[in-house]
Design a protein around this ligand. Structure first.
Ligand code: SAH
Length: 272
């Protein structure tokens, strides 16, 4: 029971306007409230929850979100999505207790789930793209590096359509199972070389990469819509490591802006 003046941890405190737009309404009369979709995904995910660790409580995610806010993340839809997706269900149950700390964790095959603060930063940058600001959401999004599927789940709350590509088949298969409730709605998971993007669903309003290469593959630049934004780690010779790169596509061409140093797994070509 919460007494007067005590915060109620049951519901994340964000304005309703921060909830991402519902699915496409071609003729304006098929309204699909977001909530049942989220509920279905969370209920399905909960069935596999490790028991007795208290991680199902909204309070643990609220604390993570408060730390992200304290660290400078201001994008309400991103904070909202991170308060809703159960990150501990995307990592091995032995690591679940660390799932809400600001740390990357191993997900198998030498890969990692990115730190929450880096995920939040990249999604916030994506949300500031001109097309995303116009739409109020990420529109049609492509992710390179599905990994465990955590960021793909966040993208499902932030975008209308999501294409996510993973080159390692076991990770792709695992994500297919974890994200089954989303796949029916708006998510397409692809096993393949993300350096080629995914032409059939292009152009994309938003592109995000969870792996860093020497430069941005030409296919991503081509598949980015005019007005769209791409956020990816890229090797910087000056810095000697990865830096976050934002690319905005305008009618006249592409504008690149380098941000802070980051550390990511390498972008590799070919699928295995
Ligand atoms: N978004 C993920 C992060 C996973 S780490 C998550 O939330 O867990 C990055 C992933 O990128 C790894 O799984 C790696 O296998 C994948 N990757 C690297 N190069 C790739 C490529 N060319 N195409 C698709 N996936 C790639």
């Amino acid at each position: 029971m919460s007494g007067p003046g005590q915060p109620t941890a049951r519901k994340p405190r964000f304005p309703a306007s921060a909830v991402p737009a519902p699915g496409p309404t071609p003729r304006g009369h098929v309204l699909r409230p977001q909530r049942p979709v989220q509920q279905a995904a969370q209920d399905a995910a909960r069935r596999a929850a490790p028991s007795g660790v208290g991680l199902d409580s909204d309070a643990v995610r609220l604390r993570m979100v408060q730390r992200l806010q304290a660290g400078g993340i201001r994008c309400e839809p991103v904070l909202q999505s991170m308060s809703q997706v159960l990150r501990h269900l995307f990592v091995d149950s032995a690591l679940a207790a660390q799932a809400y700390e600001d740390t990357s964790l191993p997900i198998g095959l030498g890969q990692t789930i990115s730190k929450p603060s880096v995920v939040a930063r990249m999604l916030s940058l994506l949300h500031e793209g001109s097309r995303a600001r116009e739409l109020g959401h990420l529109g049609r999004a492509m992710e390179i590096g599905t990994g465990c599927g955590y960021q793909a789940a966040l993208l499902c709350l932030l975008a209308r359509q999501v294409v996510s590509i993973e080159r390692l088949e076991p990770l792709h298969e695992q994500a297919r199972q974890r994200l089954a409730p989303w796949r029916a709605q708006r998510l397409m998971l692809i096993w393949g070389d993300g350096m080629l993007g995914h032409g059939p669903s292009a152009p994309y309003d938003s592109i995000i990469s969870a792996a860093g290469g020497d430069d941005i593959p030409a296919a991503w630049m081509e598949q980015l819509a005019v007005g769209g934004r791409l956020v990816a780690p890229v090797q910087s010779d000056a810095h000697g490591g990865h830096m976050l790169l934002v690319v905005d596509r305008h009618a006249e061409g592409w504008a690149r802006t380098l941000h802070e140093p980051v550390h990511f797994v390498p972008l590799k070509s070919g699928a295995q």
